[in-house]
Design a binder for this molecule. Structure first.
Ligand code: IPM
Ligand code: MN
Length: 371
């Protein structure tokens, strides 16, 4: 039996609650498909600052780089909002992304038909929405130097090299090739030199993918298109900060930030996390939606371990539980009964455990694709 080690970093707020359910479903898939798993836990974020004086302690760093994949819950604690940068939970997450070199962040957004009525947008606008945001994750404003702040002025730097743009653009085009063959690159090339270089580079990489239709949009217009005509978008390729903003906006389409997973890929182990934050306001109540975390497990299986069949099974189980009316509080309609975090996880795990197996006994290997 192949043995995989997944470093689990539950983090802060609702992170541990949703991660417990993600692990439950991961174990169910491992049992069902005969995958050997070790799931050691490590601290990250605010909890790690308290326990080890750093939001990404040395032990965690050492463990993640030798793991087969990393599963993360969420980081963030309002109590540390004004802490020095090296003690902020978010700094731990950014350091983790940088350490793993996960430059391509994949955020798929598709709408379960039963939830279309739950979005504030008209259901007819949502019909056929199936898009993938490919967000550059290890460069741009989040990391640019110089940076700093004093009492009268503060500086951050938006910097991208051709090499950084090329590698994430390739992930975008390769993803488009496996989807509807359209790529929308988002920038602000009417104002920013960095965006001009982005646009030129994406256009050049695009020549290697003549079968993919490329369009360029300014970010302000892209923000509008994302809610005005979301079904027309396939792959949306963009830099770090624009991708952060557009992916929260895209969550409105699905009706809840709690639904969306992500995969962050580079040359080494991938990082898999729901796109939501630590949601301190509802932490500890057992009401958070674990579906974003569980769908991240599907991405971990598919992209991190290259196991397509168990990944499909987890995604199918999420759909089946939603079809059967399973709802956490954030996606329950008025008067609809809501499941707790754990009940939702248990229902999905149960469906995974009863997935019919394909003819082959051993898990089918994925196609070795990235993105
Ligand atoms: C996300 C989050 C993070 C980001 C924060 C917590 C640093 O919002 O993953 O989208 O901005 O990248
Ligand atoms: Mn974000």
């Amino acid at each position: 039996m192949t043995q995989f080690t997944i470093a689990v970093l539950p983090g802060d707020g609702i992170g541990p609650e949703v991660t417990a359910e993600a692990e439950r479903v991961l174990r169910a898939a491992a049992d069902r498909f005969g995958i050997g798993l070790a799931l050691p836990h490590y601290p990250v974020g605010a909890g790690a600052v308290t326990a080890a004086g750093s939001p990404l302690p040395a032990d965690t760093r050492a463990a993640v780089i030798k793991a087969d994949a990393v599963l993360l819950g969420a980081v963030g604690d309002p109590a540390l909002d004004s802490a020095p940068r090296e003690l902020k939970p978010e700094t731990g997450l950014l350091a983790l992304r940088s350490l793993l070199g996960v430059y391509a962040n994949l955020r798929p957004v598709s709408i379960h038909p039963a939830l279309a009525g739950h979005s504030p947008l008209r259901p007819d606008r949502l019909h056929g929405v199936d898009l993938l945001i490919v967000r550059e994750l290890t460069g741009g404003l989040y990391y640019g130097e110089p940076r700093g702040k004093n009492a009268v002025v503060a500086v951050n730097t938006l910097r991208y090299s051709v090499a950084e743009i090329e590698r994430v653009a390739r992930v975008g085009f390769e993803s488009a090739r496996r989807r509807r063959r359209m790529l929308t690159s988002v920038d602000k090339a009417n104002v920013l030199e960095v965006s001009q270089l982005w646009r030129e580079t994406v256009t050049r990489v695009g020549r290697e993918f003549p079968d993919v239709r490329l369009e360029h949009l300014y970010v302000d217009y892209a923000a509008m298109r994302l809610v005005a005509e979301p079904a027309a978008l396939d792959v949306v390729l963009t830099e770090n900060m624009f991708g952060d903003i557009l992916s929260d906006e895209a969550a409105v389409l699905v009706g809840s930030l709690g639904m969306l997973p992500s995969a962050s890929l580079g040359a080494g182990p991938g990082l898999f996390e729901p796109i939501h934050g630590s949601a301190p306001g509802i932490a500890g109540q057992g009401i958070a939606n674990p579906i974003g975390a569980i769908a991240s497990v599907a991405m971990l299986l598919r992209y991190g371990l290259k196991l397509a069949e168990p990944a499909d099974a987890v995604e199918a189980a999420i759909r089946a539980v939603l079809d059967a009316g399973g709802r956490t509080k954030d996606i329950a309609g008025p008067g609809e009964p809501a499941l707790g975090t754990q009940e939702m996880g248990e229902r999905i795990a149960k469906v995974v455990r009863s997935t019919p197996l394909a003819r082959s006994r051993s898990p089918r290997r994925g196609e070795g694709v990235r993105g």
